[in-house]
Design a protein around this ligand. Structure first.
Ligand SMILES: [Zn+2]
Length: 407
């Protein structure tokens, strides 16, 4: 058992002073606050700064990290960025992918992230042939997470088509299992409880096969994530092919629900927002990627008010900093509406901590409370950015960065 005396701690969205924490077997066994705590010193370790639950990065494509700084040299679109990303995807092997992912997850750790949802679709050899162990690439990511010391939900992604009605081309052959039943067979063989499910998008999984993936996730009580309406082109393609929006298509196929996360959810109709909210589907926003790729600004507040809890991800890892993602949600709304105060610091911290954890199927993480995992990070209050900003939730969200995480 260890006893930590926290100078400041984030409890239920508020920063409290003088918090005494006991930790046993990696779990929080006791939390007490108040002035009496100040006198306790025997056998305890004092932690300066604000200690908070470790952050959950709910949307990661680890290999995109290699593109950082390299896609800005010329003008381009989302689709030209995707071409560069595909060229990179062609070259990775299980070994080189593991090495890259260790770096990425270590960077996450250093910036206060203790849990990651890895949206993984780089499954097969370059010509589409499975490796001897068809889950070798996924296992490389799990091993990388172990080595970096980060908790992972490997969201094994079903990716079958280049677009609606189009066969996979080029590097996309690495992504495809042929059909959703074969995807399920491969994932079933994984035999690791850290594996969850993902549907790449309505572009990449045909309508009649969406239910197979959703059914697998339900049977295994596993989180299910899906890219949704990141680009207007996806909506147009879906409307042309099926006559409904991507959200409606997912709703009709039984994909939405409280174990499901819609990633991006940028270009939605009012009905889409209602479908997502009423089903209790999480909405994962990735502001630093969405602005990098010129996606647009999703209706985060409408989604939240309709019933979709917000979570956050660094997605393409142009930036790995969940503090910046928190801030980005509010700042983008401000620029779009010329009004301040859409999101409170406490709400954004909830997105980055316990709501994020829950969307990854980790209900035992994201709070400083008895019974929760003691995945804790500390933000220093004497750095250039945080000095004088106060020991408050607002200082965490609007002043701190990942570089201010000191432990
Ligand atoms: Zn993504």
């Amino acid at each position: 058992m260890s006893v930590l005396r926290l100078e400041h701690a984030l409890l239920d969205g508020r920063v409290e002073d003088d918090v005494l924490l006991t930790v046993e077997d990696g779990l929080i066994a006791g939390v007490s606050t108040g002035p009496s705590v100040g006198g306790v010193s025997t056998g305890s370790t004092t932690v300066a700064g604000i200690t908070m639950p470790g952050l959950a990065n709910c949307h990661s494509h680890a290999f995109h990290r290699a593109l950082r700084g390299r896609t800005q040299a010329e003008r381009g679109s989302f689709w030209t960025w995707r071409e560069q990303m595909y060229r990179l995807a062609e070259e990775l092997t299980p070994d080189s992918y593991k090495d890259l992912a260790v770096e990425v997850y270590s960077e996450m750790r250093a910036t206060g992230i203790t849990a990651v949802g890895e949206f993984h679709y780089l499954h097969h050899q370059p010509d589409g042939t499975p490796y001897d162990d068809p889950n070798e690439m996924g296992r490389a990511l799990l091993a990388a997470a172990d080595e970096a010391g980060i908790r992972i939900r490997l969201l094994d992604t079903c990716y079958l088509a280049a677009g609606i009605g189009r066969q996979p081309e080029g590097v996309q052959r690495r992504f495809s299992d042929g059909d959703a039943d074969r995807w399920a067979e491969r994932v079933e063989a994984f035999g690791d409880e850290r594996v969850g499910a993902a549907i790449h998008s309505v572009r990449a999984v045909p309508r009649e096969q969406l239910g197979v993936v959703a059914g697998w996730a339900r049977r295994h009580d596993a989180p299910l994530h899906v890219h949704l309406s990141e680009q207007v082109a996806e909506n147009e393609e879906c409307l042309a092919a099926y006559g409904v929006t991507p959200t409606q298509l997912l709703a009709d196929a039984g994909v939405l629900g409280p174990m499901t996360t819609a990633v991006h959810a940028t270009h939605l109709t009012e009905t889409d927002v209602r479908l997502l909210g009423e089903s209790g589907t999480f909405a994962c926003f990735c502001p630093t990627t969405e602005r990098d790729l010129a996606d647009g600004i999703g209706p985060s507040r409408f989604l939240h008010d309709a019933g979709s809890r917000l979570t956050l991800g660094s997605d393409s890892h142009a930036v790995i900093d969940l503090f910046e993602e928190m801030r980005g949600v509010e700042m983008h709304e401000r620029l779009a509406t010329r009004q301040r105060g859409h999101w409170s610091a406490a709400e954004l911290l909830a997105a980055a901590t316990y709501d994020g954890h829950e969307s990854l199927g980790f209900a035992d993480g994201g709070r400083i409370a008895v019974g929760q995992r003691a995945d804790l990070v500390t933000v220093g209050l004497d750095t250039w950015r945080t000095r004088g900003a106060g020991a408050t939730a607002e200082a965490l969200v609007f002043a701190a960065t990942g570089a201010d995480v000191v432990a």
